[in-house]
Design a protein around this ligand. Structure first.
Ligand code: ATP
Ligand code: MG
Length: 393
């Protein structure tokens, strides 16, 4: 008898050739993510991934479930026990051990739920459930009672290449295995939105790296550290996250010096897009990601978004586009980026904002204003890209 984590994944969502790819990637992501917690044997078994600790006693079950709960592509995680033997005797042995853990002074209601991947097994799922229920009632007498409608406990039995019994399934992160769907570059600021946007795209299997525009000394080292901390929070889900820190000070000062102040933010946004796209291309990314949402601030009105979008030639993914702030905050709390995001450090955008920013910019006017930088901007962009600092988070 051995302890085992059973990983359930979205079996039906993926069919055909890709399924194989999806499963293998998931197995390798599980292996990689668990490395820091201990030694495990990870195997694929008929629609499940099984994770067995090499040394049963030394693992911290909660931290394994927490880790597995962050891996995209996993829909549920159960912790149970396994018997190498495939027989009804083995089912009974395991079920008895599990039930012993939960019976106490108060009577508990239960039901048995059986899955049989190996159809050669001589009993049907229903027969296993019924006979096992009868066996357990006999063993534990008044301590337990069957309730098939609303049981306090569901004893899960899975008959596969081996026999498994478990009591509880924890919810997984869902989505698709990280790294099965190309790569995109996230514009990561210190705010609430962009980490959530990056997480949402990563959840769909897209590999994510990030760009942060830093404007020292107008933005402090602590503001930069906050972005690094956010990248680390996102990397709890992705395994790691490569953060490009772009020094944006000189460019911002030049925009400030030469362009109409009510257009500062929108021009800055466009130049961020140019730079992010160049970095994305160097890194093999196929798209950009931002945390924008229609109407949230002046720079995110429909008109502003259209003008910003024009600066990019790659697709720009804005997964939060239709979300209210409250909905974004909920996700930020769930993925544990919220507390970091609300730390009060200045953002390069807030320092250089005009009192009355343009909310209905017209592309042709903005392009004219941007042309005031024509003699210097290319060189400045190139310099910013060449001097980018890379932090592996
Ligand atoms: P966030 O909460 O993500 O900072 P926000 O509501 O503060 O968003 P803006 O400041 O208007 O919104 O930024 C819109 C988007 O532009 C951000 O979600 C982010 O993708 C990108 N962005 C803004 N500032 C920066 C920055 N300094 N570095 C990298 N990306 C940025
Ligand atoms: Mg912001």
């Amino acid at each position: 008898m051995k302890n085992v984590f059973l990983i359930k994944y979205g079996e039906l969502a993926i069919k055909g050739k890709n399924r194989h790819l999806f499963e293998n990637k998931l197995v390798s992501n599980v292996k990689r993510n668990l490395k820091e917690i201990g030694e495990f044997i990870v195997t694929k078994e008929q629609g499940r991934i099984m994770v067995e600790p090499v040394e049963d006693d030394s693992i911290d079950v909660e931290s394994v479930i927490d880790k597995l709960g962050r891996i995209f592509g996993i829909v549920g995680i159960a912790y149970g026990i396994k018997d190498e033997e495939v027989s009804f005797e083995a089912v009974k042995r395991l079920a008895r051990v599990q039930m012993e853990q939960i019976v106490g002074d108060k009577q508990v209601t239960f039901k048995v739920d059986t899955r049989r991947a190996d159809k050669r097994f001589p009993m049907t799922s229903m027969e296993v459930s019924c006979e096992l229920g009868a066996y357990l009632l006999d063993e534990f007498k008044d301590a337990i009672k069957v309730d098939v409608r609303k049981p306090e406990i569901t004893l899960m039995v899975e008959i596969r290449n081996h026999t498994y019994v478990y009591l509880k399934t924890y919810k997984g992160a869902g989505g698709m295995p990280y790294g099965t769907n190309g790569k995109a570059t996230l514009l990561l600021s210190g705010g609430i939105d962009s980490p959530v946007a990056g997480w949402m795209i990563a959840k769909r299997g897209v590999e994510v790296d990030a760009v942060y525009f830093h404007a020292p000394p107008y933005t402090s080292d602590r503001a930069k550290q906050k972005v690094v901390d956010l990248a680390k929070k996102v990397s709890m889900y992705t395994g790691n996250l490569k953060l490009h820190v772009v020094n944006f000070t000189d460019i911002q000062l030049k925009i400030y010096e030469r362009c109409p102040h009510e257009e500062l933010t929108i021009i800055m946004r466009r130049i961020m897009m140019y730079i992010a796209e160049a970095i994305a291309k160097q890194n093999g990314s196929m798209a950009l990601i931002t945390g924008e949402s229609i109407g949230q601030v002046a720079s995110q009105t429909m008109h502003s978004l259209v003008v910003t979008n024009d600066a990019a030639t790659m697709p720009v993914f804005r997964p939060l586009i239709g979300f209210d702030k409250e909905e974004i905050v909920q996700i930020a709390k769930r993925i544990d980026t919220f507390e970091t995001s609300i730390q009060p450090f200045e953002d390069c955008c807030t320092i250089f904002v005009a009192k009355h920013p343009e909310t209905k910019p017209k592309l042709e006017y903005i392009k004219k204003s941007e042309a005031l930088l024509d003699d210097i901007i290319e060189e400045m962009i190139e310099k910013a890209i060449n001097e980018v600092e890379i932090i592996n988070c």
